[in-house]
Design a protein around this ligand. Structure first.
Ligand code: ADP
Ligand code: ASP
Ligand code: MG
Length: 478
């Protein structure tokens, strides 16, 4: 049994829906020859839809009701064009039309109440932002049926039970496993392909949640692990995980194999191709995660496993990534040395805000502490620190609490790399040759990552020059 997740671009147009149906049909036929047949499908919203939903709701919260009204008709057309071209059966089309109407009516009703209230909670946002998958999945199920496959839509709100951290919920694995087995196994055993909404879940009380932007990858891994599938396939618009973002590095190359650890680092530090938590559910059962290209399906893509067989390149650099829109916070002062517990109080104050620290920078003196947080969280962090250290600031033990904008963390990833001498030197030489200023270096615990802080304007050049220095575009690792 395998699970196949299709991303937004894979279900972006009528042609791509047709392509997905072809890929699924071929997989079903292949799987039928195996000892454990069965295909489960997870889909994202059509590309651009989640953004449209969120933008319209935000506009509504700000008092502008135009965008959601316009979005309602635009979204209806977007889905109906696909249905109109790929589904001939009149009854199927009528049923789908009714379902789209119901969803979009709900969207309009929600946006209207957001506009009346003049604000939007994360809880409300999750109901709105999950509607994209709640339209694309029934549409894909109907498209698969039109191709003669036995497919049925399943809402992941029935399967993935989460905590109530709205807009970034985490699955509660025990009830999730039970739900997945009870609901999906009988379907698969009777030859049905469940077509499941990615991105969404629900609390135990049934309140809708989402798993964070890009979360459909994570949905597939959660459901795949619950069903103990043989493979979790992530179908996207590139030939697998590449040595760098192909939009930045033109000669980026597909990595045939990666370890769970390496991919977790890449995703955490911004490689958009996988949601950062995707491999977590797969690790325990050692289920391979394979990243494949919907638009080039014969390409073998990237296989992510516990211990890559072809890991001759252990200890070397495999890929470069970057996470943008960060801010670096610095606490500095010559008197800091004498005050005990400054670091503990700093990180305690940040933790109370539940802000996410992406990197802590090493400093040889005790005169400053630097760390990096997402832009959106920086203002809160700085005010919390000013409150925490009010006395030390007044007495001059701490001179300033600063935040620097336009920060990017560039992460150089490869297992065992940190223990290999000379890698950091090569990274710095490459950047030095381009006169790129490295603002800070990470004190990461992971063996698989060296990270550094540069200014936004230097980030792309930094990625390209490190990529070149390690000849990632040409080297054959297989
Ligand atoms: P999907 O809609 O299928 O989930 P995403 O847009 O979320 O697709 O992720 C795929 C995109 O990730 C690619 O089109 C590519 O631009 C970007 N990307 C960034 N870094 C990498 C990388 N290292 N390898 C492959 N793709 C990457
Ligand atoms: N549709 C959701 C998003 O755009 C989830 C996903 O595509 O993975 O974030
Ligand atoms: Mg994605």
């Amino acid at each position: 049994m395998i699970i196949m997740k299709f991303g937004g671009t894979s279900v972006g147009t009528t042609d791509s829906f047709a392509q997905v149906a072809q890929i699924v049909a071929e997989k079903v036929a292949q799987q039928a020859q195996t000892s454990r047949p069965g295909v489960v499908v997870v889909t994202s919203a059509m590309s651009g839809v989640t953004n449209t939903l969120i933008d319209s709701a935000q506009a509504a919260a700000a008092g502008d009701e135009g965008p959601y009204r316009e979005a309602r008709s635009q979204l209806l057309v977007k889905h109906q064009v696909v249905a109109g071209q790929l589904i001939e059966d009149g009854v199927e089309r009528a049923n789908l039309g009714r379902l789209l109407d119901t969803r979009l009516h709900e969207f309009e009703r929600l946006c209207r109440s957001i506009a009346v209230l003049g604000e939007m909670t994360n809880r409300g946002l999750d109901v709105v932002s999950g509607l994209g998958e709640r339209m694309s999945a029934p549409l894909l199920a109907a498209v698969l049926r039109a191709k003669g496959l036995h497919a049925e839509f399943v809402d992941a709100g029935e399967l993935i039970i989460t905590d109530d951290e709205f807009s970034n919920a985490s699955p509660l694995m025990e009830p999730t496993v039970t739900r997945c087995l009870n609901r999906l196994q009988p379907m698969v055993q009777s030859g049905v392909i469940p077509v499941i909404t990615g991105f969404v879940g629900a609390t135990e009380k049934g309140v809708p949640t989402t798993l964070g932007r890009g979360g459909s990858d994570y949905s597939a891994a959660i459901i795949g692990a619950a069903l103990d599938v043989d493979e979790i396939q992530i179908w996207t618009d590139v030939d697998g995980v590449l040595t760098a973002d192909p939009r930045i590095v033109k000669n980026a190359r597909t990595l045939p194999e990666l370890s769970y650890d390496e991919v977790a680092e890449l995703a955490y530090y911004g490689a958009k191709v996988l949601h950062p938590k995707t491999v977590t559910p797969a690790v325990e059962k050692k289920i391979p995660v394979v990243v494949l290209n919907t638009f080039n399906p014969s390409h073998p893509g990237t296989r992510i496993v516990n211990k890559p067989e072809r890991s001759s390149a252990a200890g070397s650099v495999k890929a470069i990534t970057a996470i943008r829109n960060m801010r670096m916070i610095t606490i500095a002062g010559r008197g800091m040395m004498g005050v005990p517990g400054i670091a503990a109080r700093t990180f305690g104050a940040v933790a109370r805000l539940r802000a996410n620290i992406l990197m802590i920078s090493q400093s040889s003196s005790e005169q400053s502490i630097c760390f990096v947080v997402p832009d959106a969280e920086a203002t809160g962090v700085v005010s919390a620190l000013n409150a925490e250290f009010e006395r030390e600031l007044a007495r001059g033990y701490i001179e300033k609490i600063d935040s620097q904008r336009d920060i990017v963390i560039v992460a150089v990833v490869g297992s065992g790399m940190k223990g290999t001498p000379g890698i950091a030197a090569r990274v710095f030489n490459a950047l030095g040759a381009k006169q790129i200023n490295v603002i800070a270096i990470a004190q990461g615990a992971s063996e698989a990552n060296i990270s550094l802080v540069v200014l936004t304007g230097d980030a792309d050049e930094a990625i390209r020059s490190i990529h070149d220095a390690f000849e990632l575009g040409q080297r054959v690792t297989a």
